[in-house]
Design a protein around this ligand. Structure first.
Ligand SMILES: [Mg+2]
Length: 123
C-alpha cells in the first residue's frame, strides 16, 4: 500500500518515511504542497496522504483546498503538524482533512493511527 508523505523538514520527512517503510508501506514523498499535488496526480493508487501544514510554496491547508477545487481523486488526508489551533483544525476539516496529529508524534502513535485509518478504509 502506497502512502504520500509531504513535509518540508528533511529530517522529519526521512524519519517518518523510515517508520512507514518499517511497516512495509511504500512511501512517495514531496516537500511542499505543490509537489504534493503533482505526486497525487502521478500516483492514483495512494491509500493515505500524510502532510505537514507549514510549508513553503503551498501550505497543507491550501493544498487541500486546491485538491477540492480541482476535484482531484484523493485518499484520506492526515495532517501532522505543530499547529493545534481550533480555528486551523476547523478550517482543515472544512477542506477535507480527515485526521490531525500534533508533532512531535511518537513512532508508536503514528503507526497505530495509520493502521487504524487504513483498517477503517478497508471495511
Ligand atoms: Mg513545515
Amino acid at each position: 500500500m502506497k502512502i504520500l508523505l509531504i513535509e518540508d523538514s528533511i529530517d522529519f520527512l526521512n524519519k517518518m518515511k523510515s517508520f512507514l517503510e518499517d511497516m512495509e508501506y511504500e512511501v512517495v514523498t514531496a516537500m511542499d504542497g505543490l509537489e504534493g499535488i503533482e505526486m497525487l496526480k502521478k500516483h492514483p493508487d495512494l491509500v493515505l496522504i500524510i502532510s505537514d501544514v507549514n510549508m513553503p510554496n503551498l501550505d497543507g491547508i491550501s493544498m487541500c483546498k486546491r485538491i477540492r477545487k480541482e476535484q482531484l481523486q484523493s485518499p484520506p488526508i492526515m495532517m501532522v503538524t505543530t499547529e493545534g489551533s481550533k480555528k486551523l483544525r476547523k478550517e482543515g476539516e472544512e477542506v477535507g482533512v480527515n485526521y490531525w496529529l500534533i508533532k512531535p508524534v511518537p513512532q508508536k502513535m503514528l503507526i497505530s493511527m495509520v493502521e487504524k485509518i487504513l483498517n477503517q478504509e478497508k471495511s
